[in-house]
Design a protein around this ligand. Structure first.
Ligand code: NDP
Ligand code: OXD
Length: 316
């Protein structure tokens, strides 16, 4: 027996499997991909990823807007947003994927994967000096849901961990720094920089040459390393290339880029000390995320407090 329709969800997803999302969300809700008319009163909820600006405006009964990702910069890119609460993804499945990515990239740089891959290509048998994790400090910019989980995993491997946040915070085993004041000290104590910040007006372009110059280069790894899995618009890519070429930076792993897909002509593709992945660190899995969205809709309909609501003022 089919369930009675309780409301209508507008699905506006770019580059995603819309039919799969539709089938997962259509549990008591009618899911549409377009409004019936400009001020369609039947739409109650919206589930979006990189929607076209204006898609959400003028809907008189829109109650909640869901991002299918942890980041919401794609929503704030729309200058014509309604007042409805915006909810983002916080999910164990996504967090696990990000922790795996961070541990993978930190361990690969730590165990000198780039050097050994180059040696293998040249059939060179030469053992490199290997520091232990305890000799290396990993600094995480952004100690939110993902940054905290990554910090925990790195601590369990024996790394020293620093964290940088907007507001002061305390996290077990992590040396914390915050704000502009704390950033310099944070960088000076960091050998491997992991970026897990959201893209907001305050963080755009934060990874520039000056920031990279602030990292500790005289370290057991023989240089500073950058890993960015936050957002591409946090980084100035020409500055990263400059820093790699003049020795400011030893190596980089980049999952996100200013323009995605990364343009063919980008020097990052072929740089021997850059590891590129196609925004694949922690993809949103509809099977895990759709039930969480339906749960929040249920909370809303029962008048309960919503979870994972975005702070519009802060932009994340
Ligand atoms: P959270 O909102 O939980 O955490 C954000 C963290 O960034 C907080 O610690 C926050 O500080 C800090 N922060 C924000 N603005 C500033 C600032 N101006 N100065 C210093 N610190 C700042 O986000 P998540 O951990 O869930 O996700 C982080 C980002 O990861 C997402 O926004 C998204 O862009 C990216 N992401 C990338 C994926 C990928 O596949 N590459 C997958 C999923 C997410 P405070 O603690 O003080 O609030
Ligand atoms: C996200 C992402 O924000 O996949 O979740 O980038």
């Amino acid at each position: 027996m089919s369930q009675p329709v309780r409301g209508r969800i507008l699905l506006s997803l770019t580059g995603q499997n819309v039919d799969h999302w539709r089938s997962l969300l259509a549990k008591g809700y009618e899911v549409v991909t377009e409004r019936a008319r400009p001020n369609d009163p039947s739409i109650n909820y919206a589930v979006v990823w990189k929607h076209a600006p204006g898609t959400l405006s003028g809907l008189p009964n829109l109650k909640l807007v869901f991002s299918i990702g942890a980041g919401v910069d794609h929503i704030f890119a729309d200058p014509d947003l309604p007042d409805a609460p915006i909810l983002r993804v916080v999910a164990e499945n996504l967090t696990t994927h990000m922790v795996e990515y961070v541990v993978w990239r930190v361990m690969d740089h730590h165990r000198q994967g780039m050097t050994y891959r180059a040696q293998q290509a040249g059939k060179i048998w030469h053992e490199q000096a290997q520091p232990t994790a305890a000799e290396i400090a990993v600094g995480i910019m952004g100690l939110g849901q993902l940054g905290q989980a990554a910090a925990k995993a790195l601590l369990s491997l024996g790394f020293r961990v620093n964290g940088w946040t907007r507001r002061p915070g305390n996290f077990d085993g992590v040396s914390t720094y915050h704000g502009e004041q704390g950033r310099k000290d944070f960088l000076a104590a960091t050998d491997i920089l992991v970026v897990l910040l959201p893209h907001t007006p305050a963080t755009e372009g934060v990874i520039d040459y000056e920031l990279l110059r602030g990292l500790r280069r005289d370290n057991a790894l023989g240089g500073a390393v950058l890993i960015n899995a936050g957002r591409g618009k946090l980084q100035k890519e020409a500055d990263i290339l400059r820093a790699l070429d003049d020795g400011t930076l030893k190596e980089a792993s980049l999952d996100v880029f200013w323009q995605e897909p990364l343009p063919q002509e980008s020097g990052l593709w072929s740089h021997p000390r850059v590891f590129v992945t196609p925004h694949a660190a922690a993809s949103s899995d509809p099977e895990h995320l759709a039930p969480l969205m339906l749960e929040q809709i249920g909370r809303f309909e029962r008048g309960e407090e919503l979870e994972n609501v975005v702070d519009r003022q802060a932009g994340y």
